[in-house]
Design a binder for this molecule. Structure first.
Ligand SMILES: [Zn+2]
Length: 406
């Protein structure tokens, strides 16, 4: 088994050759980030008033640093900036799913985008080699979008990118996968599942040949990952990304036992979401991120609202780079939705689902026949919705999934 491709990259960027060295390096970087944020950002000057960077000498000391939240970011993103506004190259606006509240805005300087490109250019080494072609099924039209940055990264590796955009039309997306000569695709989990289900309906000779797939943008349940791998008969790699972190956070190695974290740029903690206390490795909780790179907008102990687990010990691939399982869904209502994902996305034929006002709608390329759905839901301890109906799905709207409200 090949060691995570992130390890030689992180060694080169940090000069660290062991877990202990990297832990010390991260804390040193964190102290610098704290000092710079207090000096340059009006928000952090106030927010970190009681924090002295010299008091942070081990991981337990992190607990003395107050969290930041999406609400604080919404309230005044400009005040988080540590550089002149003229150095901001790209602003990403994230609309909130509900109606309340201002959208989140995240600012990136050219150096921030370069670090993401550098991460992708090494992380994609898990899937592709020079001369390969990759179909990008993510937004890629705008400069600085995730697809655009990925294309730049692939070019550095000698890998050609084909921009397909999110899968608005499943048939057209599959045709592109089959005819573009790409042995690798990067896409949004349910959208890739839609393509995989579509292909499975075709005679074997008309199917696309894919060696590997990278799933990104949404948390991919293991049940979905398994089905994509079976239907496309390929290796599936999971990537955890987040816009605030410059899109890239952690990527699986060929051991497929958790995603190795981009530890030269991001420090990951897991906390108990109700008490805020740090949790030991192996225990699921809320993911909390701190950026360690000198970026336009630092995130210091930023509560993501996403569930996940830091895995204890070294990876079977032999790497000392920390791993996380980005599994569990969103914090609010996420537990139940994640459990639903586990039941519904494991059902043959189901590509996506909607849950609204007691009605569960299952979508498939052809209408799914969920005969055993009642039993499967009951076995998972999930209350069976009042009404279950099935629909066909021909495409997806933007990057989103169907609406799921509890
Ligand atoms: Zn590994």
């Amino acid at each position: 088994m090949r060691r995570s491709v992130l390890e030689p990259w992180i060694r080169a960027r940090t000069g660290c050759g062991s877990r202990e060295e990297l832990d010390r390096w991260q804390l040193e970087r964190l102290r610098q980030v704290l000092d710079r944020a207090k000096e340059c950002s009006p928000f952090y000057r106030e927010h970190l008033r009681a924090v002295r960077s010299e008091d942070v000498s081990n991981r337990a000391d992190l607990e003395g640093i107050p969290f930041t939240t999406a609400e604080q970011l919404r309230a005044g993103p400009q005040s988080w900036l540590c550089c002149p506004a003229s150095q901001v190259e790209r602003i990403v606006t994230l609309k909130t799913s509900g109606t309340a509240g201002a959208p989140k805005r995240v600012f990136f300087a050219q150096e921030d985008q370069e670090r993401t490109v550098d991460f992708f250019a090494h992380g994609m080494g898990e899937l592709v080699s020079p001369g390969d072609r990759v179909l990008i099924l993510m937004p890629g039209q705008q400069p600085g979008s995730v697809g655009d940055l990925l294309e730049k990264s692939l070019a550095r590796m000698g890998v050609q990118a084909v921009q397909g955009g999110p899968v608005a039309d499943i048939r057209a997306g599959y045709d592109l996968l089959r005819t573009s000569g790409c042995g690798c695709a990067v896409g949004i989990p349910v959208q890739v599942l839609g393509l995989a289900e579509y292909g499975a309906q075709l005679p074997p000779k008309q199917r696309a040949r894919v060696k590997s797939v990278l799933l990104s943008a949404d948390a991919a349940h293991p049940a979905l990952i398994r089905r994509v791998g079976e239907l496309l008969d390929c290796q599936v790699f999971n990537h955890f990304g987040m816009t605030e972190m410059g899109f890239g956070v952690a990527v699986e190695c060929s051991a497929h036992q958790g995603c190795h974290i981009r530890e030269n740029d991001i420090l990951v903690e897991v906390i108990d979401p109700s008490t805020g206390e740090s949790l030991p490795d192996g225990q699921p909780g809320e993911l909390v991120f701190t950026t360690l790179d000198p970026r336009a907008m630092p995130f210091i102990r930023y509560r993501t609202g996403d569930m996940g687990t830091l895995l204890p010990g070294a990876c079977p691939c032999g790497s000392f780079v920390r791993r996380m399982l980005p599994w569990g869904g969103r914090l609010v209502g996420g537990g139940r939705l994640w459990a639903l994902d586990g039941v519904l996305l494991a059902c043959p034929g189901v590509v996506d689902y909607a849950l609204e006002e007691g009605t569960l709608t299952l979508y498939g390329v052809i209408p799914p026949e969920p005969e055993n759905i009642h039993r499967a839901l009951a076995e998972a301890g999930i209350p069976v919705p009042e009404r279950i109906r099935t629909r066909t799905i021909a495409g997806f709207s933007g990057t989103g999934m169907q609406k799921r409200s509890l």
